[in-house]
Design a protein around this ligand. Structure first.
Ligand code: TEU
Ligand code: CA
Length: 550
């Protein structure tokens, strides 16, 4: 009776424009570079591309500090380039999802320049201010600030302004209906061009109590929870849905999902008419520990979130992004003998869970962390300001650099590895950030030629998901929950049942099939030539098998 939701059946490819393809030799990826790679994108089997911000920006936070929402960043190209990109994508049946960054703007946005100029400015109320005559404002934590203080004193009007992120990212005041209408107008501008949706940056943070009640004990581990779900958040989303989203056939996904699955459901319950999807940080958080992650924790998190959405709502499935280290380094095994197999296993996982899969560019090749050992190599404001903080506190800089080697966001922001020529085919100039030396062996051109490459495995996986609705809609059931090395589950839709078995370890392992499960025919997908058969699967290191059950 009802048309299926396209955004449930598609695979989203997250594309970091700065690092994807440079077309003019300035060392910075750009829109014409992306245009030149559209056939490649199409060939991977993804259906939608989420572009990180491409709007005018002084680039304090690589485009997440926007100075004009309706202009293209000159480094990335022109509005003509954008229109051509969108046309080229639509001609190939690819959807385009844009980043919507409206928790904050740049301090160089015209609104903020006006707002800071005078307490009487009509734009004053577009941002949050605390007049200094009221004393020091109640403590708020900022994740990127060198002092971790979200209040910045501005002498021009003797007031503090609020910035949850960097000092160049003042928070927009969503309590102000004029601001909200400006945002909706801007959204319509892009939607009327024909874009297919928005990924809504840090959206769970937009609602704030303008009286700023005290939040004692705020720190880097609890600020996300504390800032989540401020008053009227869902009023704003319902208003936005009424006035903008509901008028278009688009997909919306909020970064941040509240504090738990129950809060996440409030964003996506269709009856509430807000958004289609959110994504949470619990799964990626499992790997952000000093020790290597525990597979049982990963299973527990994914299984808990799946069950919360089993009857209504929809999830996003991801392991990596431009904010996270490379998935192969973090959840797989980057050693040369295991890199490819583990990357294929992780992609098998992403494409066989219930929810819309998100692949971060380069993960379809199994790219790995770069591990800079010098602070001068870093570009990320978070890494650089973190270094300043440790330094000013007299902390251990070597220890900080060691942590950054594992967790820095720059690990996943190095240029895409197209081929083995100079600069990996990314640029003819000097790249804005160093290229991972692994490009001589790990690159798209080489993988294109190898039938069993990570890339070609990714293509088989997207095609498999496309062909089998059970992998999109089928019910998920975890098997052998306590097993510390094997992640096994079934997906079931009507009479059809599929088994997925993933050996998350560098050791061959035997996995006895639970009673009653009988494979039927050849696996749909397998990252080894050997087929596990019989009532026990003899699995190779990092082997990943998808097989239909009788
Ligand atoms: O990230 C929001 C967010 O919650 C981040 O603080 C995240 O926890 C952090 O990057 C992990 O290191 C979004 C964008 O994805 C990020 O790239 C931006 O820097 C941030 O918003 C500000 O716009
Ligand atoms: Ca360029």
């Amino acid at each position: 009776d009802k048309k299926p939701d396209w955004w449930k059946e598609t695979v989203v490819y997250q594309l970091y424009p700065r690092s994807f393809q440079d077309s003019n030799g300035d060392g910075i990826g750009d829109l014409r570079g992306i245009i030149s790679r559209l056939d490649y994108l199409k060939s991977t089997g993804v259906g939608a591309v989420w572009l990180n911000p491409i709007y005018a920006s002084p680039n304090d936070d690589n485009g997440y500090d926007i100075s004009d929402y309706q202009q293209i960043m000159p480094e990335f190209g022109t509005m003509q380039d954008f229109d051509e990109l969108l046309r080229g994508m639509h001609q190939r049946g690819l959807k385009l999802i844009m980043d919507l960054v409206v928790n904050h703007s740049s301090d160089e946005h015209a609104w903020f320049k006006q707002a800071r100029s005078s307490r009487q400015s009509p734009y004053r109320d577009y941002y949050y201010w605390w007049p200094a005559e009221k004393g020091t404002p109640p403590a708020r934590y900022s994740t990127f600030d060198v002092h971790r203080n979200a209040w910045q004193y501005d002498s021009l009007t003797n007031s503090y302004y609020l910035h949850y992120f960097s000092v160049k990212q003042p928070d927009l005041n969503w309590n102000n209906p004029k601001l909200r209408q400006e945002v909706y107008r801007m959204m319509r501008f892009w939607l009327d061009k024909g874009i297919d949706g928005f990924r809504m940056d840090a959206f769970q943070f937009v609602a704030k109590d303008p009286t700023f009640p005290p939040m004692p004990g705020l720190n880097e581990t609890n600020y996300t929870n504390a800032y989540n779900h401020g008053p009227r958040l869902h009023d704003y989303l319902q208003e936005m849905n009424r006035e903008v989203l509901s008028k278009y056939n688009i997909m919306t996904v909020a970064e941040g999902a509240g504090r738990n699955p129950t809060e996440a459901m409030l964003f996506v319950d269709p009856a509430r008419r807000e958004l289609n999807m959110t994504y949470h940080f619990e799964a990626v958080g499992v790997g952000n520990t000093p020790e290597r992650f525990q597979l049982r924790d990963l299973k527990r998190v994914f299984t808990r979130w799946d069950s919360a959405f089993a009857r209504k709502g929809w999830q996003s499935i991801y392991l990596g992004s431009h904010d996270q280290p490379r998935i192969t380094s973090k959840f797989g095994d980057e050693r040369p003998e295991f890199r490819a197999a583990s990357a294929k296993l992780l992609n098998t996982f992403l494409l066989t869970m219930r929810g819309t899969p998100y692949c971060y560019n380069g993960d379809e090749l199994g790219m790995t962390n770069i591990r800079f050992d010098n602070i001068a190599d870093y570009r990320d404001v978070a890494a650089l300001n973190g270094y300043q903080l440790v330094k000013s506190q007299g902390g251990s800089l070597p220890a900080y650099l060691q942590t950054m080697q594992r967790f820095s966001r720059d690990n996943s922001r190095t240029p895409f590895q197209w081929n083995a020529s100079t600069n990996a085919g990314f640029t003819t100039g000097t790249p804005w950030i160093k290229i991972n030396p692994s490009y001589t062996t790990v690159n798209q051109a080489a993988q294109e030629k190898q039938p069993d490459s990570v890339l070609n495995h990714f293509r088989r996986a997207t095609e498999m998901r496309q062909q089998h609705p059970v992998l999109v809609y089928g019910q998920y059931q975890l098997l052998d929950a306590a097993n510390p090395h094997i992640y096994a589950y079934t997906r079931t839709l009507g009479p059809e049942r599929v088994l997925i078995v993933l050996n998350f370890s560098d050791t061959p392992r035997n996995w006895p099939l639970p009673a009653g499960l009988k494979p039927s025919g050849k696996p749909w997908l397998n990252n080894y030539p050997t087929l596990p058969t019989g009532s026990t699967f003899a699995l190779q290191p990092w082997q990943a098998v998808v097989v239909k059950l009788q």
